[in-house]
Design a protein around this ligand. Structure first.
Ligand code: R5P
Length: 331
């Protein structure tokens, strides 16, 4: 049986995964020193095939360090194999240098994870699929798109256009669009700072049509705000749905998105309860599609050493099934 270690960043997700696998998580305590240093203690994992579930929710640096410490603790405690399960992988956006003098943050994190003892990594919808290339260890890249598209397929309206709010989201938009049998449009965005973006132009037919804006993550909400504003200025209908795998929702995101009057926001539980609780308090209805089933299924497959082929087969089957669903519901 795989051994699940639940880090502190998203215990609810780790416990849901353990529950689906029919196992109790290994005992794990976290001590925090007065200066902020962390010291986790894991037990009951000697000789085990261990899965440390710890997405890098905000505060990302604390949770990243905790992840590294947990991996080291598992390795030193005699785990047979240690897999880092990091559904939301912070720093993935720093996959290249945009300016001289910047680091490649994703590469630094990859090196740190490997040095700490990860034998393998599981991620969900990373910012770019190229994240895998930062690692020498095997990486299982999962996607929440089939589950989220299934949720959207039930209520997608005729004429809906799937919008990529920047060039980086084009592949994601194409994947949703194929599943939902919808057209795509692409926004040309440039980022001014961490909280400020400019949406300059939109390619695709959006006039008089409802839209679904899809992205890998919502951080401050600036990208979504810029895309919605541009869409509406180009004659798109007010009926806008937002679907993003990682609902990080920091830095005024809730107020920003709340003010847009979008129909709904769909996200997953890769990022923990804190953001969703803030969303609830702010009155922004956020619908959550759990990634626990896909994580549990993947862990079961990895434990049985057959993951990759079976996981891709599942995605293909799922996409086909959703296409049929959409066909059946279209008059
Ligand atoms: C960037 O390329 C990402 O895919 C997201 O569009 C971006 O990180 C979202 O950040 P924010 O919500 O702060 O605009």
């Amino acid at each position: 049986m795989p051994r699940i270690v639940a880090g502190s960043s998203n215990r609810a997700l780790a416990l849901a995964v353990a529950d689906l696998l029919g196992t109790d998580p290994a005992s794990c305590d976290l001590e925090t020193f007065p200066d902020g240093e962390l010291r986790p203690v894991v037990r009951e994992i000697r000789g085990g095939d261990v899965y440390v579930v710890q997405p890098t929710d905000p505060p990302v640096n604390d949770h990243l360090i905790e992840l590294l410490l947990l991996l080291d603790a598992c390795r030193r405690a005699g785990a047979r194999r240690v897999t880092a399960v990091v559904p939301y992988f912070g720093y993935a956006r720093q996959d290249r240098r945009l300016l001289d003098g910047q680091p490649v943050g994703a590469r630094v994190c990859a090196d740190a994870l490997q040095a700490a003892g990860a034998d393998r990594l599981v991620v969900v919808d990373p910012h770019a699929a190229a994240l895998e290339a930062m690692f020498a260890i095997p990486v299982e890249t999962l996607s929440a798109v089939p589950a989220m598209a299934a949720a959207l397929a039930r209520r997608v309206l005729d004429g809906t256009v799937v919008v990529a709010p920047d060039l980086g989201a084009v592949k994601l938009a194409e994947r949703y669009a194929a599943t939902l049998r919808a057209d795509t449009a692409v926004v040309r965005k440039s980022r001014v700072s961490g909280t400020d973006v400019r949406a300059r132009e939109i390619t695709g037919d959006v006039r008089g049509r409802p839209s679904i804006i899809v992205d890998d993550m919502i951080s401050t909400g600036a990208t979504i705000e810029a895309a919605v504003t541009l869409l509406r200025s180009r004659g798109g209908l007010d009926d806008v749905t937002v679907a993003a795998t990682h609902g990080v929702l920091v830095g005024g995101a809730l107020e920003r998105i709340g003010a847009l009057g979008v129909r709904s926001v769909l996200t997953t539980d890769t990022v923990g309860a804190a953001s969703r609780a803030r969303a609830e308090r702010s009155g922004l209805g956020v619908e959550v599609c759990s990634v626990a089933p896909v994580l549990a299924e993947t862990i079961a497959l990895l434990h049985a050493d057959g993951a990759r082929a079976v996981a891709s087969a599942r995605d293909v089957e799922e996409l086909g099934r959703l296409g049929e669903l959409r066909d059946a519901s279209t008059p």
